[in-house]
Design a protein around this ligand. Structure first.
Ligand code: GDP
Ligand code: IMO
Ligand code: MG
Length: 421
C-alpha cells in the first residue's frame, strides 16, 4: 500500500517538515507532481534546508527517494539541491531514484513562463517562473522531452527541435529574456543527471509494494492550486490532489491507503488569485510576521488570512483525506480572537460549497469566533497540555470536516509535533 501526504490549501502548509518526520515510519518517499516551484522546508540538526525536487525523506538514513514520472525536473535545480545535501548526507545518491518518464524543464520553458507572465500584466498568475506551466504544456501537447531521452543518442537533436519551436512562440511576445545564458548550466546538469539512478518508476514501485515496503507519496503545492479543482486560472499545472498520485507514480487507486491532508491553523497564499479569508489589515500583517510567511522558493511575502473550512472541506472531499494534520498552531498563540470561516455569503444567500468560479464571484466569509488560547501552544509537549480553547477549536474543525486530527505541529523542528490520541 502507498499512503499519501498532500497540502489542502494554497501550498506551504508544512509538508516538508511533516514528511521528514513521518519518513521514519516509511521505507520510500515518492514525489508525484510539481517541480522546482515547490519549496519544502525542513530543519536538520538545526540547519534549514529547502527542497524543491528531491523528496523530503532524504534526511532519514534508511529512506529511498523517488522522483516520480508526474514531476517536471529542471536538471540545474536538481544538481544544486544535490550539491547542498551531499555534505550532510554523503550516501544520498545511493538512495535517490528518478523516473525515466519525468519530463524535463528546458531553459526556453523558463523563458516562455516569464514572457507569458509579463504579457498578462496585472492579470498575471504570480508564477514562480520556474518553467512549470510551459513544461506541462509540452507534456500534454506531446512535444516534451523526458529524463529517458537524455540517454538517447539524438537528445541534442530533440532538444534543438523543441527549442526552435519555443523560439517561434517567444517571437510573438514583446518580452525578451536572455535564456541563452541558461543553456550551458543546463547541458552540464544533464550530463550529471545521466550518472544518476534512472528507473522505470512504476515497475520500481510495484516491486517494492510487492515486497511489503511502506511508501509515502509526497505532494507539492496544495489542493486549491490543482489544475482541475483549484482557483483556475490562478493554479499550478498539475493535479495536486490524491488522484495525481495514481498517474504521477503509476500506482493503481486500489493501492492507496491513508491520505494525510495538511492545513495550517490559518491560511496563506502566494501569487495572484482569489482568497476569501485574506486579511489586508494589521491582523494579516501580524500573521505574516508571527508565521514568518515568506516564500521558500521565491522569498515573496505570503498573503495571510483565517482558516477557511469551506475550502478545506472541498479539499478533503476531493482527496478522500482520512487524517488531518494541523500545522503552525503555535503561530496563533498571540491572537485573540481566532476566526474560522464556516460559510460564504454571496448575492443569493449563504453557502458552504465552493463556487465554480471564485475569481468572478464576490463572497464574504461567515466566521465562527474563538477566544484566544489561555496559554502558548508552542510550549505544549503532548495533547493533555494543550489549552482547552484550542482543543475546542480542534473539535470544531474535526466535526465540520468529518475527519480526525492525527497530529498538531507547534514549531519548525522535526520533534515539535503532538500526536493526537
Ligand atoms: P511546504 O511547502 O508545505 O513544505 O511548506 P514551506 O516549507 O514552504 O513553508 C512552511 C514554513 O513553516 C517553513 O518555514 C517551516 O519551517 C514552517 N513550519 C512548519 N511547521 C511549523 C509549525 O508548526 N510552526 C511554525 N512556527 N512553523 C512551522
Ligand atoms: P509548495 O510545494 C505555494 C503558486 C505560485 C503561483 C501559482 C502558479 O512549496 O507548497 P507555478 O510556478 O506553478 O506556475 O505557479 O502557484 N505555487 C505555490 N504556492 N507553494 C508552492 O509549492 C507553490 N508552487 C506554486 O505562487 O501563484
Ligand atoms: Mg513551500
Amino acid at each position: 500500500m502507498i499512503d499519501v501526504l498532500l497540502g489542502l490549501q494554497w501550498g506551504d502548509e508544512g509538508k516538508g517538515k511533516i514528511v521528514d518526520y513521518l519518513a521514519s515510519k516509511y521505507d520510500i518517499i515518492a514525489r508525484f507532481q510539481g517541480g522546482p516551484n515547490a519549496g519544502h522546508t525542513l530543519y536538520v540538526d538545526g540547519k534549514k534546508i529547502v527542497l524543491h525536487t528531491i523528496p523530503s525523506g532524504v534526511f532519514q538514513d534508511h529512506c529511498l527517494n523517488l522522483i516520480g514520472n508526474g514531476v517536471v525536473i529542471d536538471p540545474v535545480t536538481l544538481l544544486k539541491e544535490i550539491e547542498n545535501i551531499l555534505p550532510l548526507k554523503a550516501d544520498m545518491l545511493k538512495r535517490l531514484f528518478i523516473s525515466s518518464r519525468a519530463h524535463l524543464i528546458l531553459p526556453t520553458h523558463r523563458a516562455l513562463d516569464a514572457a507569458s507572465e509579463a504579457s498578462k500584466g496585472s492579470e498575471k498568475i504570480g508564477s514562480t517562473l520556474k518553467g512549470i506551466g510551459p513544461a506541462y504544456m509540452d507534456k500534454t501537447g506531446r512535444n516534451g522531452l523526458r529524463v529517458g531521452d537524455i540517454l538517447s543518442k539524438d537528445f541534442q537533436d530533440k532538444y534543438d527541435k523543441l527549442t526552435r519551436k519555443h523560439l517561434e512562440i517567444l517571437g510573438q511576445y514583446e518580452h525578451t529574456i536572455d535564456w541563452k545564458q541558461w543553456e550551458k548550466p543546463f547541458f552540464e546538469s544533464v550530463e550529471y543527471l545521466r550518472t544518476l539512478q534512472i528507473v522505470n518508476g512504476e515497475y520500481w514501485l510495484d516491486k517494492h509494494i510487492r515486497n511489503g515496503k511502506n511508501i509515502l507519496a509526497e505532494g507539492a503545492q496544495g489542493s486549491m492550486l490543482d489544475i482541475d479543482f483549484g482557483t483556475y486560472p490562478f493554479v499550478t499545472s498539475s493535479n495536486t490532489i490524491a488522484a495525481g498520485v495514481c498517474n504521477g507514480l503509476g500506482v493503481a487507486p486500489s493501492r492507496i491507503g491513508e491520505v494525510y491532508g495538511i492545513s495550517k491553523a490559518y491560511c496563506t497564499r502566494v501569487g495572484g488569485g482569489p482568497f476569501p479569508t485574506e486579511l489586508n489589515d494589521e491582523t494579516g500583517e501580524a500573521l505574516r510576521k508571527a508565521g514568518n510567511e515568506f516564500g521558500a522558493t521565491t522569498g515573496r511575502p505570503r498573503r495571510c488570512g483565517w482558516i477557511d473550512l469551506v475550502a478545506l472541506r472541498y479539499a478533503v472531499m476531493l482527496s478522500g483525506v482520512t487524517k488531518l494534520i494541523l500545522t503552525k498552531a503555535d503561530v496563533l498563540d498571540s491572537f485573540d480572537p481566532v476566526k474560522v470561516a464556516i460559510a460564504y455569503k454571496d448575492g443569493s444567500g449563504e453557502t458552504n460549497e465552493l463556487p465554480y468560479d471564485l475569481c468572478s464571484t464576490d463572497v464574504e466569509p461567515v466566521y465562527k469566533v474563538f477566544k484566544g488560547w489561555e496559554k502558548p501552544i508552542s510550549e505544549c509537549k503532548n495533547y493533555e497540555e494543550l489549552p482547552q480553547v484550542f482543543k475546542d477549536y480542534c473539535h470544531f474543525v474535526e466535526k465540520y470536516l468529518e475527519i480526525q486530527i492525527a497530529y498538531i505541529s507547534n514549531g519548525t523542528g522535526r520533534e515539535q509535533l503532538l500526536m493526537i490520541p
